[in-house]
Design a protein around this ligand. Structure first.
Ligand SMILES: Nc1ncnc2c1ncn2[C@@H]1O[C@H](COP(=O)(O)OP(=O)(O)OP(=O)(O)O)[C@@H](O)[C@H]1O
Ligand SMILES: [Mg+2]
Length: 447
């Protein structure tokens, strides 16, 4: 039997050998392909596992640490560093963390987000050797040189939705081997996942900040609501108290001429008088604040109002050994407000400041304008406000001066007036000591 028309029995072994070789080559090729596929599956599985682990990390600091450690561990490199967009306004990617690279090499190094390096990395969206990067974008901006100074060998853009979230750089491998195609492919896929986790962390942080602001606003609203509800009630009570109080005062005035300081009842009379005066003061404050008054709203110069109030109070301040430092520019835009009420606000702040500096100190009064707002600051060098009280001091009747006759109404009156004018009032402690009260009022646009 013949195998083919042309083969002779002598040629057969040679033919078989050729076939065997061809089959062997095919088997080797398939084995290689199989190995490559297996490696790819393994790599993808690794990436999947890494992403799964990192996706749960919402805190940027620990996420960046994990990214660096993962990159170093997976690639067997000596070091890695990461740059991120620190704040979008600045338009810069700043190196913020590194492992295995000495601090003086990477700290403070940054790249312009709009510069050729970042733009190139964003377009490419794939890991690239520094050498190739240098050839592609040249050294006009010196940014490639900056990366070379960090000892970068491989540069990996971390981008998501056409935004460069960060740049990861790796130094050479510990083994001394160059980065392979496989490494670059692996890192490029990993980078996409890392960028997504970084974006998640950034969005989470943004949301956290928004929540804090929202909570602050809610707190102010709750305080104002409390103030309004309490205010109505207090005003009613104050009215009711005012009449009998008037009668008591009249009778006291009648008794007064009959009592001499030697009289055994004189001390009782004095206590009654002091206490009645205290009640009268509280009632007056409540009524002044809550009684709807026709308010003269006028364009006012905040600096002038504050200055006039300080002048009014100067005697009391200097007698307490308090040095007043004024910075009240007269060029601020005018605001629409009630001058009398603003003076009441500043007077309350000045009185509080004086009360916390019985041994003397410094009082700073400052005004300034910011876009759309004017601000006044009254700052002292007193004992400051206990952190647990910072939230409470604007509440009606909150006082730490109960024994000294404080009513705890001063600051709630300030809050009410400033809120009615569309502004805000805030308190904070100063370093090394003292408290500062900031009043911010909106400037109405001229139509
Ligand atoms: N400059 C300040 N430094 C430190 N604590 C302050 C300062 N101003 C206010 N406080 C705190 O806030 C509390 C509330 O102040 P607020 O002016 O409302 O009431 P008061 O001063 O206690 O009483 P009143 O003003 O009715 O006499 C004070 O008791 C004090 O604990
Ligand atoms: Mg007060």
């Amino acid at each position: 039997m013949r195998m083919s028309g042309f083969d002779t029995p002598e040629q057969l072994p040679e033919k078989v050998e050729l076939l065997r070789q061809a089959v062997e080559a095919k088997i080797t090729q398939l084995t290689e392909a199989n190995r490559a596929h297996r490696r790819k599956i393994f790599d993808l599985y690794t990436i999947f596992e890494i992403s799964r682990h990192l996706n749960g990390m919402l805190e940027t600091e620990s996420l960046l640490d994990s990214i660096l450690l993962t990159a170093i561990g997976q690639m067997g490199t000596g070091g890695a560093a990461i740059a991120i967009q620190q704040s979008p306004e600045e338009g810069k990617l700043v190196f913020v963390k590194a492992k295995g690279i000495s601090n003086n090499r990477w700290e403070g190094v940054s790249c312009e987000a709009g510069g050729p390096l970042c733009q190139f990395l964003l377009r490419r969206n794939q890991a690239i050797l520094l050498k190739e990067l240098g050839e592609r974008i040249g050294s006009q901006t010196g940014e490639v040189e900056k990366l070379a100074a960090i000892e970068a060998e491989l540069v990996i853009p971390l981008s998501v939705k056409n935004r460069l979230e960060g740049i990861l750089i790796l130094t050479g491998k510990i083994s001394g081997l160059p980065y392979s195609e496989n490494d670059i492919e692996f890192l490029s896929i990993l980078a996409n996942q890392l960028a997504v986790t970084m974006e998640n962390a950034r969005l989470y942080e943004m949301e956290k900040n928004t929540n804090v602001r929202l909570r602050d606003t809610q707190n102010q609203l709750i305080r104002l609501e409390k103030l309004a509800a309490l205010g109505e009630l207090s005003a009613t009570i104050a009215h009711e108290v005012n009449n009998p109080l008037g009668i008591i005062k009249n009778y006291l005035a009648l008794i007064a001429p009959q009592l001499t300081p030697e009289d055994p009842n004189y001390p009782f009379y004095q206590v009654i008088k002091e206490e009645v005066d205290r009640i009268a003061k509280i009632v007056r404050q409540l009524l002044d604040f809550y009684r709807p008054k026709a308010e003269e709203i006028a364009p006012v110069d905040l600096s002038q109002i504050l200055d006039e109030t300080v002048v009014l109070f100067e005697k009391q301040l200097s007698s307490s050994n308090i040095e007043v430092i004024k910075n009240l520019p007269r060029s601020l835009p005018k605001i629409e407000a009630s001058p009398a009420q603003l003076k009441q606000v500043f007077l309350n702040l000045l009185m509080n400041a004086r009360e916390v500096m019985p041994e003397g100190g410094k009082l700073e009064v400052i005004t300034r304008s910011e876009n759309g707002y004017v601000e006044a600051e009254v700052a002292d060098t007193g004992e400051g406000i206990a952190p647990e009280n910072l939230e409470k001091i604007f509440e009606p009747f909150f006082t730490t001066k109960r024994e000294k006759g404080g009513t705890g109404l001063g600051l709630s009156v300030c809050l009410g007036i400033i809120s009615k004018s569309g502004g805000i009032i805030r308190a904070q402690n100063r370093t090394p000591k003292g408290a500062a009260f900031l009043v911010r009022l909106p400037v109405k646009e001229k139509i």
